[in-house]
Design a protein around this ligand. Structure first.
Ligand SMILES: *Cc1c(COP(=O)(O)O)cnc(C)c1O
Length: 404
């Protein structure tokens, strides 16, 4: 027995529990379809919500940047890694979000993992939604603040926790705006009010919502601010990613000039990590312009998503509180979920099965993510396939909706 042999035992346990994860085959271009080996599958797995990852305008901007700026940046932004494209995009993001300044991180994960510990420390408190993204969870762990996890979207529970928070130095409420597995929205207007009443900082991660929600594509804050304009001032820290609807790679934080200066000094994932390739910034820059100039993309996407959710409910699927382009089909058992994903793949459709630890035990689901690049015909095909696979998952009679 070698000291490292415990790993094989643990891997066996994962396999026995249907929780073992394997990389899918490497793919070419991300789009409505993907080539997996010799097969072409409809891709309902990616977060390329606006179909911009392979948009010729985005790709062309990236190619120009590659020729001009080269590949790697050679150092962190504070040393010599910052390219002119980074500075252009930061300016553009700040204007887009309506904030004083913005800062680019190597990834959205790095943005959360670096920002939270820069904001709170020992003697401070964090209030974090139970379904927040793993990068927020890790950011909380890395800060030495006392982390209170409130039940998913449970504003009353949060009120109770904040009532006992007077002895903390600083307070931070942190939430995803659009939850990555449930596709549901955080109660941002209520969180904004609570943050204000308790003098807490409010940090909102718009990773799945940037480019998709709100009249201008700024996200769920903008969406709710249409009826509650004070929300804009109540959110102090806005996090986003370039990696999803913007079709590139990298993360960002927007806020006051002081916040950005502080993060430049203190966010360890910014200070101690090489700057993202300029290619990503150049691509995201063009994608952001497309988001501003082509609002029809996000409107059509959300309209199609609403229609698809209705149709799925009619078929008897449980899509929970999804209000977005992320549509979970809740199954429960990891084994059934993976079986179903497998069946669908046989029919040429890729909808990934999501198992613990991405979701709670017995909370396994198929995560269907819709993109502006999917055609109506593809959506019809997915509905047909799901309708014929459905009996295999034994949805209980009482829970099934009426067939039409
Ligand atoms: C995907 C995601 C991230 C991480 O962003 P990357 O750019 O992929 O690292 C952060 N927060 C949330 C809510 C996400 O869904």
């Amino acid at each position: 027995m070698e000291p490292i042999d415990w790993i094989d035992e643990q891997l066996d346990r994962l396999r026995q529990a249907d929780l073992y994860r394997e990389l899918p085959p490497p793919l070419g271009e991300v789009g409505a379809y993907c080539e997996v080996g010799w097969r072409k599958l409809m891709n309902f797995a990616s977060n390329d919500y606006l179909g911009l990852a392979a948009d010729p305008r985005v790709v062309e901007a990236a190619a120009r940047s590659l020729n001009h700026d080269g590949c790697g940046r050679g150092a962190s932004p504070l040393i010599c890694g910052r390219a002119s494209g980074h500075s252009v995009l930061e300016q553009q993001l700040a204007e887009f979000e309506g904030t004083e300044a913005a800062l680019l991180f190597p990834s959205g994960f790095a943005a959360n993992a670096g920002t939270i510990p820069a904001l709170v420390d020992e003697g401070d408190a964090i209030y974090s939604d139970a379904q927040n993204h793993a990068s927020i969870v890790d950011g909380c762990r890395l800060s030495r603040a006392k982390t209170h996890i409130y039940p998913h979207k449970d504003v009353d529970a949060l009120v109770g926790l904040l009532a006992e928070a007077n002895h903390y130095r600083r307070k931070l409420i942190v939430t995803d705006s659009l939850f990555s597995m449930g596709g549901d929205l955080a109660p941002l207007p209520q969180l904004g009010e609570l943050a204000e009443r308790h003098s807490a900082m409010l940090m909102v991660d718009e990773a799945h919502a940037t480019g998709v929600f709100g009249a201008g594509g700024r996200g769920v804050v903008e969406y709710f601010a249409a009826a509650a304009p004070q929300l804009h001032e109540q959110v102090h820290v806005r996090v986003g990613t370039l990696s999803k609807a913007l079709g590139a790679a990298g993360g960002f934080v927007c806020g006051t000039k002081s916040l950005i200066e502080w993060l430049t000094n203190r966010a360890r994932s910014y200070v101690f990590s090489t700057a993202q390739p300029a290619v990503s910034a150049a691509a995201a820059s063009v994608a952001l312009t497309i988001v501003e100039e082509e609002p029809q993309r996000r409107r059509d996407l959300l309209t199609t998503a609403a229609r698809l959710r209705d149709q799925l409910r009619q078929q008897g699927w449980h899509v929970g509180a999804s209000a977005s382009q992320i549509i979970p089909l809740r199954i429960g058992s990891a084994q059934q979920t993976m079986q179903l994903a497998h069946q669908l793949r046989h029919r040429g459709i890729w909808i990934p099965g999501i198992r613990p630890p991405s979701v709670p035990a017995e909370g396994s689901l198929l995560r269907l993510s819709l993109s502006a690049s999917h055609t109506d015909a593809m959506i019809e095909e997915v509905l047909d396939a799901l309708d014929s696979c459905r009996p295999a998952v034994a949805l209980s009679g009482s829970q099934r909706g009426k067939r039409t």
